[in-house]
Every structure is written in structure tokens, then in C-alpha cells.
Design a protein around this ligand. Structure first.
Ligand code: 8YV
Length: 312
């Protein structure tokens, strides 16, 4: 006889954890001294898995959960979860669709402005008292410039709407063309890069987009262009980016995501034309609350055998 237990793969907000734990048994895999032994002992009692978008759940873990029927993702990215395996085993996958779009798009614009208008440098310039005897350095204009968006899903479209408010000229490339949108289409990312003052990455991660922004794409960008990434670090060839920055092939970069989080290469940390954030696109009180509600609602629906509100 199996019990209704949830396996939590990585930390989620305390309020969500408390809510889940008050309704069902929650095992925290990330706090087990020996996760392997835990899975061997308790794996067959697990009915649902809760994980984060950035962490996902590996096939090797799912293989030890023969009675699991749900993976509820706190986030929208499924690149770290083996969807071929979940499909083959009829394990449903839910995401926190809709609720984080605006925050991530806001972060893209924040990074774009921070990079080109030198907001971080201006902040330390004032704090260090340099303003008292030096003139601040000029930044680069954002309004009216060309923004190229890689990925025109919900987040890409929200970025485009914001960019329109800055009178930017908007182009994009994406898995599919959106004829209803009034933005210029490019067949590939290299051609998009050639026509961009800001290249903003908003596409899904995973094998199909791995390294999409490679040395050729970075080389295609004008020398005054900026690279902004709020999607997944895997989309960018990080070594090629470091090379391009070192050689001055592009003006700079503003990144919320990296190839191996939370590892950020020293080279990037040392560069003053790079703005760095710790993967916080969706990290506001309001959105994290909504994401928690969505995860809970899907787990609850699953245990009640109701339709899952956010199944993919
Ligand atoms: C979250 C994300 O930061 O939605 C995603 O896929 O990567 C982010 O919104 C993450 O899932 C929570 O840590």
C-alpha cells in the first residue's frame, strides 16, 4: 500500500512548502544525506514531484519513482525535466504558466537599461564620492534603437510591448512566425543579430536551442550592440561570449542566467561592461506568491483526480 507523498527536488518558498506539508507528506530530496538510499527506500511511495524550472528533475530520479503521476514545476522552463521520459510514463507535467511573464519582461528591460545607461556604474560613482570631483561617463541611448528578440513566446511578446513603449524598432526570430504581430521577422538569429542594437534572448532552453547564440551570432552583432539574456544560460556559448567581450566585438552584456548556475565565470565578474543578476527574473513577492498558488492548485487537482489547470 503506497501513501500520498510528494518529493520536493529543490527548495521552494517556505509558504508553499508549509502549504504542501500541511496537506500531504513532503520529502525533501535535496536535504537527504544519501539521496540514492532514500530513493531506493521510499521511491515507490512518491505520487507527485515538485521542482523548480531551473532545476527540473532528472530521468535517473524519475526512474526510481514508479508510482509518480505528476511533476509540478515552480516556473515555466521544462528544459531540465526529461519530457520524453514523463510522456513515455504518462507522468503529467504542469508549469506556472502566465503568472511570471510580466516580471521576466520587466527584468529584460531593466537589464537593457542598466547596461546601456550604465546604472550600476552610476550607482557606485555616487557612493564612492567620485561625483564630487569627476564628471560621470556617458551611456548609450535606448529610445528609438533596434531591439532583436530571440523567442516570441509569451515573454518575448511582453518584452516587445515594453520595447514599443520606448519607441524601439522591434525584430524577432522564433520557432514559428507570428503573422499577427507587427514586428519584423528574421529567418535566423544571425540575421537578427546583424540588425540589432540590443539582442534579447527570450527563447526556451533545452537541447534544441543549446549554444544558439554562438561565436558567429556574436560576431554578426554590431560592435556597439548589447546582449541581454533572461532565458537560459545554455542558449549562449558562454566562452564565445567572454571572447567577444574581451575582444570588444560587442559593447557588453546583461545576464540573469548562466551556463552552470550558480557559477558565474570570473572573466564576466571582472568586466565592468557586464551587468550580472542571480537568476531573479520572476523573483518578486507578488509573482512568487502566484507561482506558489499555481503549483499548489495543480498538486491539489492531481490528488483529487481533477483536470490539471496548468498541464503542458
Ligand atoms: C525561476 C525559471 O527562477 O520559470 C522558470 O523556468 O527559471 C524561473 O522563473 C525558477 O524556476 C525558480 O527558481
Amino acid at each position: 500500500m503506497t501513501t500520498q507523498a510528494i518529493l520536493l527536488i529543490a527548495a521552494v518558498p517556505d509558504a508553499l512548502l508549509d502549504r504542501l506539508a500541511s496537506a500531504w507528506t513532503v520529502h525533501r530530496l535535496f536535504e537527504q544525506d544519501d539521496p540514492q538510499t532514500f530513493l531506493a527506500d521510499k521511491g515507490d511511495t512518491i505520487k507527485a514531484v515538485v521542482t523548480r524550472g531551473d532545476v527540473g528533475v532528472r530521468k535517473e530520479v524519475l526512474e526510481q519513482l514508479p508510482n509518480a503521476g505528476l511533476v509540478a514545476v515552480f516556473g515555466v522552463g521544462t528544459d531540465a525535466t526529461d519530457l520524453n521520459y514523463t510522456r513515455s510514463k504518462n507522468i503529467a507535467v504542469t508549469i506556472t504558466s502566465g503568472v511570471l511573464t510580466n516580471d521576466v519582461a520587466d527584468m529584460a528591460m531593466g537589464l537593457l537599461l542598466a547596461a546601456s545607461r550604465r546604472l550600476c556604474q552610476g550607482d557606485s560613482f555616487v557612493r564612492q564620492g567620485k561625483w564630487l570631483n569627476t564628471a560621470p561617463t556617458l551611456g548609450n541611448q535606448v529610445s528609438g534603437k533596434r531591439i532583436g528578440i530571440l523567442g516570441m513566446g509569451n515573454i518575448g511578446q511582453a518584452i516587445a510591448r515594453r520595447a514599443a513603449g520606448f519607441d524601439m524598432q522591434i525584430s524577432y526570430t522564433s520557432r514559428s512566425r507570428h503573422d499577427a504581430l507587427p514586428y519584423a521577422w528574421h529567418d535566423d538569429v544571425q540575421s537578427l543579430a546583424r540588425d540589432s542594437d540590443f539582442l534579447v534572448i527570450a527563447a526556451a532552453g533545452g537541447e534544441s536551442t543549446k549554444g544558439l547564440v554562438n561565436a558567429d551570432v556574436l560576431h554578426a552583432l554590431p560592435k556597439h550592440a548589447w546582449l541581454i539574456n533572461i532565458a537560459r544560460g545554455t542558449l549562449v556559448d558562454q566562452s564565445a561570449l567572454i571572447q567577444a567581450l574581451r575582444k570588444g566585438d560587442i559593447a557588453g552584456a546583461a545576464l540573469d542566467v548562466y551556463e552552470q548556475e550558480p557559477q558565474v565565470p570570473e572573466e564576466l565578474i571582472a568586466m565592468s561592461n557586464v551587468v550580472l543578476q542571480p537568476h531573479v527574473g520572476s523573483a518578486t513577492h507578488e509573482t512568487r506568491q502566484k507561482m506558489s498558488d499555481v503549483v499548489f492548485a495543480n498538486v491539489e487537482a492531481f490528488f483529487k483526480a481533477d483536470d490539471l489547470p496548468n498541464a503542458i
